[in-house]
Design a protein around this ligand. Structure first.
Ligand code: GRF
Length: 207
């Protein structure tokens, strides 16, 4: 049984997609053992509470130094005996010590087809604003392993979504969430939970 801890900062629609996928059997062999948010007001915490999933807020604001926050975050995750950490809209930089300790056991959902519209400063609506500004006709989402870079780890799954005439950043964000994020993030977790991924020359493939 894969023990999954989900790290969140906002509305938690990706967390909800994971919860629902475990409930309906799209994700097997998995238990969500905890939800951690850096934002005490994140609705994602309400979603965890509604499901009876252990949840807590660990915010940099509550610590004197970033190092103390980093240690607290790592301790919390270790305490939950996580096998896999899922960043679902988590807007805090993951401590290097955590990346080392959980090498290839941290995944992130990014709302673009990496390597487009990713890296520092590309998060949330900013991603979709940039895509519309560029006039691309296809966008999408990417699930990737987390390494020391920003949105640079090995790509696991991607799903494309059409841009439509008249799209606003909000409309595009919603479509990317509905048609891509909420599909490939649960799928990636199920693949990992059932040992269906392999790494060949640093690239991830489904066995
Ligand atoms: C989503 O747009 C996701 O792609 C990005 O952050 C947002 C999180 O949304 N990483 P939610 O909190 O899962 O609703």
């Amino acid at each position: 049984m894969l023990r999954v801890v989900v790290l969140v900062s906002g509305g938690g629609t990706n967390l909800q997609a994971i919860i629902d996928a475990v409930d309906n059997g799209e994700i097997t062999n998995t238990e969500i053992v905890g939800v951690i948010s850096n934002n005490k007001n994140a609705y994602a915490l309400e979603r965890a509470k509604a499901k009876g999933i252990p949840n807590q807020c660990i915010s940099p604001k509550d610590y004197e130094t970033r190092a103390e926050f980093n240690d607290a975050l790592l301790h919390a995750v270790d305490e939950m005996k996580a096998d896999l950490l899922v960043l679902a809209g988590f807007l805090v930089v993951i401590p290097e010590k955590m990346i080392e300790q959980y090498r290839n056991r941290i995944i992130n959902i990014h709302p673009s087809l990496i390597p487009s519209f990713c890296g520092t400063g590309f998060y949330g609506l900013k991603v979709h604003e940039a895509a519309l500004e560029k006039g691309v006709k296809v966008v999408g989402a990417t699930v990737h392993f987390v390494d020391e870079g920003t949105d640079t780890g090995a790509i696991i799954l991607q799903k494309a979504v059409a841009v439509e005439k008249g799209d606003t950043p909000e409309l595009l964000q919603r479509r990317v969430m509905e048609q891509a994020e909420w599909k490939i993030l649960p799928k990636a977790i199920d693949l990992i939970a059932n040992d269906k991924l392999e790494m060949i020359d640093g690239k991830v493939w489904i066995k």
